[in-house]
Write a protein of this length. Structure first.
Length: 95
């Protein structure tokens, strides 16, 4: 698998990456920081200092830190859908 970059983040697994919520329609989610521990079609589970938090993808903007230290801002609407389908899209484009 290719290295994750800001250009291909939507085609990669994001579980295990550090993230910070920069904006949200739910004010209680803004400024939460932690590690993404799980992802479903509509939700992201974040492990924070206060405990685990479930965030709706479509209401948040995530600032994700990639393994190489680069930081990319991603609108949660772009992450909506089943994670495995998002990963399959990458494979289909290669064929």
């Amino acid at each position: 698998m290719s290295q994750i970059t800001p250009l291909n983040i939507l085609n990669h697994e994001i579980v295990g990456l550090e993230t910070h919520i920069v904006s949200s329609r739910d004010p209680s989610h803004v400024s939460k920081t932690g590690t993404i521990v799980a992802e479903t079609q509509e939700m992201i589970q974040l492990d924070t200092a206060e405990g685990e938090v479930f965030l709706a993808k479509d209401v948040c903007v995530f600032q994700i830190t990639l393994p190489d230290g680069a930081v990319v801002q991603v609108d949660g609407n772009l992450l909506k859908g089943r994670p495995e389908d998002r990963l399959k899209k990458r494979q289909n484009r290669r064929w």
